[in-house]
Write a protein that binds this ligand. Structure first.
Ligand code: PEP
Ligand code: MN
Length: 336
């Protein structure tokens, strides 16, 4: 960190800052700038609460240099690949995950899985415990939905992903689900993140609509610090004043996050834009910007979907988006 000392601070207060730093075991220099005194400090910066130095007389502000995370950063590892078994890796080839917003019934999920697996999609999504704004909206099929997802995916040799909302469901998810999703609303549920850090299952962590990238990566650090290094990050749009899309899809976040972390980064265009109309273009942009994959909502009859129908692609729309995305991936591989 760097301590910036207020202009005109008396020598005795600067001495007091120095004494306090010494007493805390910090190594530092005192730089006399043209108008400010700057004190760059080295020391045990991760465990100390740097904020406490702000209250010292003469301190104008403190600039933090070190990030609040380490294991998810490129200093720890250059690149991570999440291996799901059966030749399915996330982080090497571009991965498209798809399925309905919610598991609605065994029959409807079967129809969707048959279609997606026919195209080559290998990971089936489906919400089972839903985080709905209203308690009167469809809440998901719960444990039954988890089992339906597992059985359906098994019939088509697909892997599964579903969102967990409660630490008490970890055993259930570990038994039936291949990738455990932490939704945007639970990105800062640190108790849940810590427990998932003890799991051997890969975790897909979504960015909260109200979190900075630093907070997002710090949440991933919570999981990794407990020992689970199989994490996939998912950008899904952030809050904005502009209501022309459900969330603001921050496309630049993909290269920014990838620059900082070794973890695979995918985009959820469905919850980002909130309208089926723009999902294909935003999906193509994700390929161009270097995302490792997409998670897209698809339904055979979006108008009748029990949740998020308006943002779900129908089969025709999904197929044309998917083929374009694969072509773009090929083009990138061969030409860029
Ligand atoms: C979802 O993927 O079903 C979901 C609810 O997404 P988010 O947590 O990003 O809102
Ligand atoms: Mn949804």
């Amino acid at each position: 960190m760097i301590i910036v000392v207020k202009k005109g601070t008396k020598e005795e207060f600067i001495d007091n800052i120095k004494d306090t730093l010494l007493a805390n075991g910090m190594t530092f220099y005192v730089l006399q700038g043209s108008s400010y005194v700057l004190i760059p400090v080295a020391g045990d910066l991760t465990t100390s609460d740097m904020g406490r130095f702000r209250s010292l007389k003469g301190v104008e502000r403190i600039i933090n240099i070190s990030k609040p995370y380490f294991m998810v950063s490129k200093h720890y590892r250059e690149k991570s690949i999440v291996d799901l078994g059966d030749g399915i890796d996330i982080g090497s080839d571009f991965t498209v995950i798809s399925g309905p917003c919610s598991v609605e019934s065994a029959d409807s999920l079967d129809k969707i899985a048959a279609f997606l697996s026919g195209l080559g999609v290998k990971i089936l999504r489906g919400g089972t415990f839903k985080m709905r704004t209203s308690p009167y909206s469809f809440q998901g099929l719960g444990e039954n939905g988890v089992k339906i997802l597992n059985e359906t995916a098994g019939r088509y040799n697909m892997k599964t992903i579903s969102e967990i909302v409660d630490v008490r469901h970890i055993d259930l998810f570990e038994q039936y689900i291949d990738i455990i999703q932490v939704g945007a609303r639970n990105m800062m549920n640190f108790a849940l993140l810590k427990e998932l850090g003890k799991s051997s299952k890969p975790i897909l962590l979504k960015r909260s609509a109200n979190a900075t990238i630093e907070e997002f990566l710090s949440s991933a650090e919570y999981i990794m610090a407990e020992g689970n290094e199989n994490i996939i990050l998912c950008e899904r749009g952030i809050t904005s004043f502009d209501d022309s899309t459900r969330s603001l899809v921050n496309i630049a976040a993909i290269p920014i996050i990838k620059e900082q972390t070794h973890l695979p980064v995918i985009l959820d265009p469905s919850h980002s834009v909130g309208s089926f109309k723009y999902v294909p273009q935003v999906s193509e942009a994700a390929v161009v910007l270097g995302a490792d994959g997409l998670i897209v909502e698809t339904h055979y009859n979006p108008t009748n979907a029990l949740s998020d129908g308006y943002q779900s692609l129908n089969f025709n729309h999904f197929e044309s988006m998917y083929k374009k995305v694969l072509k773009l991936c090929e083009f990138k591989k061969e030409n860029l």
